[in-house]
Design a protein around this ligand. Structure first.
Ligand code: AMP
Length: 400
């Protein structure tokens, strides 16, 4: 039976959406409501087989955004359904599921209360996700909604990998541990990798590199997350566009003393003004950095080198944790689109007998096996598709 599943990714100031026919995986329409609650807001709607449509009405809050999205979906000219009740289920991306949610769930009042309780761990994300859920409920009362958590895929990480070396009491009191993020993306590419290679996930030791403006790496064994580079928050791990990733924690107290910085200022520094932007003092976008480096900008070169060094360090660590490697996957904006970065990352892994093919690597934004002949691990590029993953999880949860 075909179900129409709407996927909603509700952020603090934008809502992205896609309407699917499932299980055909067919996208009927997609779009984004941007600058919610900020001047200059707009909704851009891309229906399949019809021209795009832009609505520049004021979007004062998430409720208004969701009602404009439904209006676009049923619009006589730009719509793809006649009535919102043709939509069978809605799947929501929810960032933090804590230790409560280890799989997608059907939303009810208890689930909403738990998402609200977890807001302390994701103050920028979970409240916005909840606003999206509640706005949909208001417009289509009784609609089946699923919550699909960014953290859920990582619930299989064992305690020796998720505990930090601080007093145990902080874990008990505040839930301070590694949770990991980008789970939907890592899970999607892991499944696709197994399909592409015609193997069962249980047969493969994989490392998936989600490299975008936010980046993380996951070690995957038996199709399950064994370890991942993001931690208690999405700040840990790789050097990202504007986030620092791993650093000596003493730097924080040092800066607080020297620069008289508050906790909020440190948060802003490490999340918004660090990473490759901070090192290069130029841009968080790798396209700008590559161009500047080619023009002789040493700091842009350094920023790229630091980024690559950290990725390589994690790949080495995870190959050790997995005790071997069958598949290395590249995904997300940078992983899918930058042959240069992929080539730089894959240098010097002779001990893994991992070699990239320069010709095959010369692709962008499509699935490909880019490993050289003779390379033991396969190296795959797999464009991520979190929306499709959320739609298929929603189908599972709400279809029954
Ligand atoms: P994402 O967050 O997954 O959308 O990835 C966005 C990032 O991918 C951008 O900030 C760029 O750094 C990077 N990116 C996207 N396209 C390219 C490209 N053609 N070459 C290099 N980097 C790219």
């Amino acid at each position: 039976m075909i179900m129409k599943v709407l996927v909603i990714n509700s952020g603090s100031s934008s809502i992205k959406y896609q309407l699917f026919d499932m299980p055909e995986n067919k996208v009927l329409a997609k779009g984004i409501a941007e600058r919610i609650g900020i001047r200059g807001s707009c909704l851009t709607h891309y229906p399949d087989q019809k021209p795009a449509y832009r609505n520049e009405e004021d979007i004062t809050d998430h409720g208004v955004a969701i009602s404009l999205i439904f209006a676009a979906l049923i619009h006589p000219d730009h719509g793809v359904v006649r009535d919102v009740r043709e939509i069978d289920a809605i799947g929501h991306r929810v960032v933090h599921g804590g230790e409560i949610f280890n799989q997608p769930v059907l939303v009810d009042s208890t689930v909403k209360e738990n998402i609200r309780r977890l807001s302390g761990l994701a103050p920028l994300h979970n409240p916005a996700n909840l606003l999206g859920i509640e706005a949909c409920e208001q417009i289509i009362p009784g609609i089946r909604q699923a919550a699909v958590f960014d953290t859920a895929f990582h619930h299989t990480i064992p305690p020796q990998a998720f505990m930090y070396g601080i007093p145990y009491w902080y874990y008990e009191e505040y839930g301070i541990r590694k949770y990991g993020f980008h789970g939907t993306s890592h899970q999607y590419v892991a499944r696709r990798a197994a399909e592409i290679l015609g193997k069962q996930p249980a047969e493969l030791k994989m490392i998936s590199c989600h490299l975008g403006s936010g980046s993380s790496i996951t070690a995957i064994q038996n199709g399950q997350s064994l370890d991942t580079s993001m931690g208690f928050t999405p700040l840990e791990g790789l050097v990202m566009g504007t986030r620092s990733g791993d650093l000596d924690p003493a730097i924080i107290t040092f800066l607080m003393e020297k620069e008289k910085m508050s906790a909020a200022e440190i948060n802003d520094l490490l999340n918004n003004r660090s990473g490759v932007l901070g090192i290069s003092a130029l841009s968080s976008d790798f396209r700008d950095l590559a161009k500047a480096a080619a023009d002789g900008n040493d700091r842009a070169r350094l920023a790229i080198d630091v980024f690559v060094h950290r990725v390589r360090k994690y790949i080495g660590a995870y190959a050790a944790e997995l005790n071997g490697l069958d598949v290395l996957v590249f995904t997300a904006g940078l992983g899918e689109n930058s042959p240069e970065i992929r080539a730089q990352i894959c240098q010097g892994f002779d001990y893994l007998e991992l070699w990239i093919d320069p010709e095959k690597n010369n692709i962008r934004g499509k699935e490909a096996d880019i490993s050289a002949q003779g390379s033991k691990p396969r190296i795959l590029v797999i464009p991520t598709n979190e929306e499709l993953m959320i739609a298929s999880e929603t189908l599972q949860v709400a279809g029954n």
